[in-house]
Design a protein around this ligand. Structure first.
Ligand SMILES: CC(C)(COP(=O)(O)OP(=O)(O)OC[C@H]1O[C@@H](n2cnc3c(N)ncnc32)[C@H](O)[C@@H]1OP(=O)(O)O)[C@@H](O)C(=O)NCCC(=O)NCCS
Length: 159
């Protein structure tokens, strides 16, 4: 393959493909699945339902800061962003690249795209988080200039 995927703004017709990519990508690296692994299926909704809903939440927060990577008409990656204008903070809640497109710098390009978007919106700093079990995130984010500032433990119990 010679051409690189094109990064562009999200369009409503991308939603199905973005959710599909989310479910394909986040197996093994999402808090929702960890909770289900510990407690079982909750409220008759599985982790996939919960994770796909994050996309709706990201779009509701900031649809103008949701970007997709497209290759020959297919969505092969995306990045979501939210802005806290008062604090000057840009946050990246979700990022995914299709498995067959990984390891070629697309994740890094999407992050750089989001950082440029934050700069253009006048933000002063950016944040991103990753699970302890996500080795790629733990490698990629520091190499994109992020410094680790904290680790957090998550607890869950059944009611
Ligand atoms: C995280 C993700 C978006 C990265 O996409 P990508 O296109 O592969 O990213 P890049 O190719 O730009 O960079 C990947 C980096 O991770 C490195 N890497 C790959 N596998 C690795 C591993 N097992 N451990 C550590 N680093 C690894 C690559 O070498 C590369 O680093 P380099 O540029 O220094 O060589 C993609 O892996 C993905 O969708 N993962 C599943 C969903 C996810 O984890 N999203 C982020 C949630 S925080």
């Amino acid at each position: 393959m010679t051409t690189q995927p094109l990064i562009r703004s999200f369009k409503p017709t991308d939603l199905g493909a973005v959710k599909e990519l989310t479910l394909q990508s986040f197996e093994g690296v999402t808090l929702e699945q960890n909770v289900e692994g510990a407690l079982g299926v909750l409220h008759n909704r599985d982790w996939r339902w919960r994770k796909a809903r994050h996309i709706d939440e990201d779009l509701a927060s900031n649809s103008g800061g949701f970007f997709v990577a497209e290759q020959e008409g297919q969505i092969v990656g995306y990045i979501s962003t939210v802005l806290d204008r008062e604090a000057g903070k840009g946050r990246i809640p979700n990022l995914a690249v299709a498995p067959e497109f990984r390891g070629r710098g697309l994740g890094r390009r999407l992050i750089e795209w989001a950082l440029d978007y934050f700069r253009g919106e006048g933000m002063s700093y950016a944040m991103i988080e990753t699970m302890d079990q996500n080795e790629i995130g733990q490698h990629l984010y520091p190499s994109c200039g992020f410094v680790e500032v904290a680790r957090q433990a998550h607890f869950a119990r059944k009611l």
